[in-house]
Design a protein around this ligand. Sequence first.
Ligand code: PRX
Length: 642
Amino acid sequence: MTGDGADRTPGAAIDPPSWFSSGAAVSDPGIDEQFEREWPDCWERAGDLLDWERPYETAFRGGDTPPFEWFPGGRLNASVNCLDRHLPERKNQRALVWEGQLDGGRSYTYLELYREVNALAAGLRDLGVEEGDVVTIYLPMVPELPAAMLACARLGAVHNVVFAGFSADALAERMERADSGFLVTCDGYYRRGDAIAQKNKADNARLAVDRDVDVVVLDHLGQGVHLGEGYHDYCELIDAHEGAEVESVARDAADPLFRIYTSGTTGEPRGVTHTTGGYLAHVAWTAQSVLDIRPEDTHWCAADIGWITGHSYVVYGPLALGTTTVLSAGTADHPERDRLWKLIDRHAVDVFYTAPTAIRAFMKWGAEHPERHDLSSLRLLGTVGEPIDERAWHWYRDHIGGGECPIVDTWWQTETGAILVSTLPGVDAMKPGAAGKPLPGIEAEVVGPTGEPIDPGERGELVITRPWPGMPTALADGTDWGERATTERDGWRYYPEDAATIDDEGYVTFLGRTDEAVNVAGRRFSTMELESTIVGVPGVAEAAVVGADHETTGTAIYAYVAPEHGAEEADLRERVRDAVEDAVGSVAVPEAVVFTPDLPKTRSGKIMRRLLEDVANDEDLGDTSALRNPEIVGELQSRTPN
Ligand code: PRX
């Protein structure tokens, strides 16, 4: 669990500065009431941020239960919205600024990005990519990644971006599940100065996938790549189609734009599919109203595009609004710990959006790093991915925001596609530690175990009680999502599985997840997926994975492992780590592998994860009499590193 428990109360309210409000994209304090009065037509405001090849008939069509239709009748193309329509006014404005880790940087104007995307789309079409096909993209943070996404969108193909740090197995599984016969990847890339052999992982995944796969390989390191049968060189493909203009494929608003996998409770990756019209409208609207992005801005969302945050607020939101978006490879502390601040200074970044885990690392590294640079271009700061504690919030505002930038703490998830809970920075007071209210047009409550709204300050669970434009296709169609989407006596409800409190002004404070997932550095992993990997290691009898509070990453993964008799611990620890790295990736390797003769079990034999979580967090264990093996508790405590 992330956060510091149900007793977290937000800090005192801080009004938005008037210099900010007076120029903000949204500054009308009546916007909440207006959206409420005009729901669902209020969402035309989002739809009208886009160019439609065929206008939509109405913003929303649907009753109290699915199917829900967003912008029915409308047809559009996402790459046209992110590129073509900006050409008349800003073809020479930078669309994308890329900062590599070792090899300098590069930028693309809107015209240059348009050309790259068209040439690649023509190349992919030659390889047989058609409307509705799924193209997997397995690239690190290079400009060719958004170019490939937009090339797919241009053809009406569905992209399936897999985080570059994932292993070959994880890639293969996501390709299989998405039934994807195309892969775009690269030879390798640098991370903290080390070269990562991306193509080796892609090759292994291709062998594991049970179908023919055409692979496009970008020679990113420039050392030449060996290409066998079924492989194609990215640059040759682009060169062969230089100057091509590919007619964009108009898609229905509800047609899929992309697939992305996240971790579910079942231990298997859960595919989430987002729509072309509803998703893009919601992302553009929140980029404008919450992140306050405008075309003349330089916006930097420091998330990896491999996750939903990068899809929505590195690529689609900023580009739909015609702004300049920054893409940065590598890490914040390499070559020096002032890298981000140097880049904000260099590019005069207006809006900076990152995760609390990064902010806590900056705090640890010290204020002297940002102090060396001119950060006065910043107008707004954002956070996403996990709760931010008050101390980190103030540090962010004081040392990065010059003591005056408003901060938006934006709550959302892979499934929601775009921000649902946040303050509007030009309208609402900020309460450090609380994310904010459900945005205008979003209806949400905090409820108790029986689904009834609970009193302010009490711990409960967030529930979204009305559809939203960026909802995934499965929720809109009414596909079974188990207990997460239900129709109850008072209508349709979506449970994001987030614990929360709400105060008497409607501000929501998030307290971590209610499901069996751990959120490390803003990335979500399923405990079951990790456990089944660890249990598969020869020598492991049983395993349980929990999240422990961690100063920097918010939560760290602790694996409690009961070895088989006679297994050598040092060797087993390595094998557990390697297995997780192979199955999921290095980001999920446990911070601690704690060996124990047994796991704490209830009388019915269920592992008591809650108790392990308390042990990992060095918390009071309370009553342990329900345990079948209470003698194990002391053992666990003495072996856990705190
Ligand atoms: O628990 C919430 C947490 O991150 C989860 C979503 O994870 P994911 O789908 O990977 O998307 C991450 C980026 C959108 C949520 O269910 N979370 C996200 N934003 C916040 C948050 N927790 C607290 N405060 C936030 N601002």
